[in-house]
Design a protein around this ligand. Structure first.
Ligand SMILES: C[S@@+](CC[C@H](N)C(=O)[O-])C[C@H]1O[C@@H](n2cnc3c(N)ncnc32)[C@H](O)[C@@H]1O
Ligand code: SF4
Length: 445
């Protein structure tokens, strides 16, 4: 069991998350107890008990705002030599290490940045070099990002079935409910008073599975977006489940200038996919060819490493198969076991060394011409899993960079969608719509 005692709530939460990530086995086994005491001057005392190991430390620290970093550094250093734990990304626990490191890379040489990231955050050199690669690949992208730009996210929280690993707030498609939802969404979009000028940098219709909607319902949304905001440079509609596709749907999307879609196999192992409560991926090459013929510039494919029933060779086979199809983007996720998913509730336990698997896939992807251009870590997942977006040169997704590295404004529409607007001090003002579908519909009904 992990217990943290500290006077300030932010400190308690931050240290708990750090210990949870570094010593996950202690969530259910053993004793890991941390007491932090401050004498209201600048003197700090740490008492840490890890089973039979005890660590006591006292020090003077004046910058109380950053005290959590100092305590984590001290614990990290103490246990680095005599204890096995995951050192990836050092003491950072957040979702976006690439956002933080980009600020450092943009002002310093690589050598100086690596030194700084080690000194301040204990980030291993290999992780810093990977973050640098992402930084460089984002900058190689022809797009320029600006704080004046805005982007649009529209959430469609309906799916054909519930995948066993999924914890998102989505409902099984029901025509009546979906039509009511679309009406509420149209109302929200049309009532929005847009203070930004020009067209959005990108629009992303995600979920859920937007392609499950009736073509005419989806078309109403695209028509309104086009009339109200104009045509963006990048326009994505997720079509993750190929069992929802039809030629008329793809042609309609194309006619509204959608230029990026997602077809998500998750795995190419048919038995694994069926056991997830998803339909077959056998026709994915066929749909990929049709979509390319219709003219979608960028096609993304999502994969998840470590699904139940996979073995290392079959996971790597899936990556190989995706590379053979050669979509413009491949997003490699590592399975996160989250509250609200069937797998988590059934007590499924990960058995893979993700670091090792990710290293292997990084080599395969790079060897095939794919560049990592964004990454994020899954918060509150049982393993500290990492997701990496790869793209062929000049095919980076604008929206994914904006979303992960928080470089531009985002207007969110639909249940659970969040709006993030940068204020004068470069801080985001956030507003999140209710996740409750019925509540969302009734608010605008
Ligand atoms: C927001 S989901 C929506 C995609 C779409 N509904 C689909 O399933 O094809 C985006 C991606 O996140 C990944 N994902 C979802 N749940 C996950 C989990 N528990 N662990 C790892 N990756 C996950 C999947 O690869 C999924 O395609
Ligand atoms: S993984 Fe995608 S398709 Fe499956 S339930 Fe979640 S959002 Fe829906």
């Amino acid at each position: 069991m992990i217990t943290v005692n500290a006077e300030k709530e932010f400190l308690r939460k931050s240290l708990f998350e750090f210990l949870r990530m570094k010593f996950p086995d202690y969530i259910s086994n053993g004793i890991l107890k941390l007491d932090v005491i401050n004498d209201n001057l600048d003197n700090w005392y740490i008492f840490l008990k890890l089973d039979d190991n005890e660590f006591i430390d006292s020090f003077v620290y004046k910058n109380n705002r950053n005290i959590h970093f100092e305590i984590k550094r001290r614990i990290f250093d103490k246990f680095s030599t005599n204890c096995e734990f995951d050192k990836s990304y050092g003491i950072l626990t957040g979702v976006r290490p690439s956002k933080l490191s980009a600020k450092i890379f943009s002002k310093n040489s690589l050598e100086k940045s690596i030194e700084f990231l080690d000194k301040e955050y204990r980030i291993p050199v290999r992780d810093s070099k990977f973050l640098y690669e992402i930084f460089i690949n984002q900058h190689r992208c022809k797009d320029t990002f600006s704080k004046e730009n805005y982007n649009i996210y529209v959430n469609i929280p309906f799916c054909p079935s519930r995948c066993s690993y999924c914890s998102f707030d989505t409902a099984i498609y029901n025509k009546q409910k979906a039509t009511k939802y679309v009406n509420s969404l149209l109302d929200e979009i049309s009532m929005y008073e847009n203070n930004f000028s020009g067209v959005p940098h990108s629009i992303y219709i995600g979920g859920g599975t937007p392609s499950i909607l009736e073509v005419s319902d989806l078309e109403k949304i695209l028509k309104l977006l086009q009339n109200k905001f104009g045509i963006p440079k990048e326009f994505t509609v997720e079509c993750g489940r190929i069992d929802t596709l039809s030629i008329s749907l793809l042609e309609m999307l194309k006619s509204y200038s959608v230029n990026r879609i997602s077809l998500n196999p998750q795995s190419f192992n048919e038995k694994v996919v069926n056991d997830l409560n998803r339909n077959s991926n056998i026709d994915i090459q066929k749909w990929f060819d049709i979509a390319k013929k219709i003219g979608f510039d960028i096609i993304n494919m999502d994969l998840i490493l470590g699904l139940p029933g996979e073995e290392i060779y079959s996971i790597l086979e899936s990556v190989k198969k995706a590379i053979e199809i050669a979509p413009d983007n491949i997003t490699i996720h590592t399975l996160a076991l989250k509250n609200g998913s069937k797998l988590y509730e059934n007590g499924y336990i990960n058995k893979y060394d993700y670091k090792n698997l990710l290293d292997k896939t990084k080599l395969m992807m790079k060897g095939s011409g794919y560049q990592p251009y964004y990454m994020y870590r899954q918060k509150k997942s049982v393993m500290n899993s990492e997701n990496i977006g790869y793209s062929l040169p000049n095919k980076n997704s604008i929206y994914n960079i904006v979303m992960m590295d928080e470089v531009e404004n985002i207007l969110g529409f639909g249940a659970g969608a969040s709006t993030k607007i940068l204020d004068k001090n470069d801080k985001f003002l956030r507003n999140v719509n209710t996740k409750n579908l019925t509540e969302y519909i009734n608010m605008r009904g």
